[in-house]
Design a protein around this ligand. Structure first.
Ligand code: CDP
Length: 227
């Protein structure tokens, strides 16, 4: 990096590993846009559920992915994560619906869907500095990213984070169920053939069980300063 700031930053990791929280904090610190690639897989899933498209109908799901138009707005004081519009409609909150959680990994394992969304993700990264979070950003979407971070934590810690998040939104969920759902999604994401979840060989791998998001960001900033 030769003393310069990295222009493209990839943040990957399993569910609730802190990719979005850390990505947004880092984006604010560096003044970069942040893109949550998972939102695109979630949006296809949301639309498929609404239109009654079966999770096995790969052709129809790929057609949906091709048809949807995504627009990300930057974060603000009120909406730190920014907003996500699909075909002009704000779907940010709907993307976190438990039904979407339960089905998204079935959609994300379809190679045709991935190909279409990866193309759009690469396009978003063409215009300048960017921080992108997901599962395959450092390995497939932006393999030449200037900085790759892989965030991890035990499944119990990650499930607890997701449990707190859901509870704070007023959802009535049981911890054991949240843990089981998260482990099931991890399994699907890690064991699928198309772009499985794994750290890029040159990623900075961080285990975040006992770290706050600010501490994770501080360590990443340290790494940037050292490069
Ligand atoms: O926020 P959380 O980590 O729970 O999930 P997410 O980042 O919104 O991703 C939802 C799902 O989309 C993941 O479980 C993956 O199945 C899929 N995904 C993917 O396959 N590739 C990406 N680059 C991002 C998400």
């Amino acid at each position: 990096m030769g003393g310069q700031l990295p222009t493209t930053i990839a943040i990957d990791g399993p569910a609730a590993s802190g990719k979005n929280t850390v990505g947004i904090l880092l984006a604010r610190r560096l003044g970069y846009p942040f893109v949550d690639s998972g939102a695109m897989y979630r949006a296809v899933t949301l639309r498929a559920l609404a239109e009654g498209v079966g999770m096995e109908d790969h052709e129809a799901l790929a057609a949906l992915a091709r048809r949807l138009r995504f627009h990300f707005t930057s974060s603000s004081e009120r909406f730190p994560a920014g907003r996500i519009f699909v075909d002009g409609q704000d779907v940010t909150d709907a993307l976190r619906d438990p039904m979407v959680d339960a089905h998204v990994s079935l959609v994300a394992r379809i190679p045709e869907v991935r190909e279409i969304l990866v193309r759009q993700q690469r396009k978003l990264a063409e215009d300048g500095p960017i921080i992108m979070a997901g599962r395959d950003i450092g390995t497939v979407v932006l393999p030449d990213a200037d900085l790759k971070v892989y965030l991890d934590a035990s499944s119990a810690e990650r499930a607890y984070r997701r449990y707190r998040e859901l509870r704070s939104r007023g959802e009535t969920v049981e911890f054991a169920q949240v843990l089981a759902d998260l482990e099931q999604r991890d399994r699907l994401d890690r064991e699928r053939e198309a772009s499985p979840l794994r750290p890029a060989p040159d990623a900075l791998v961080m285990t975040t069980d006992s770290l706050t998001p600010d501490e994770v960001v501080a360590q990443i900033m340290h790494t940037i300063a050292d490069c």
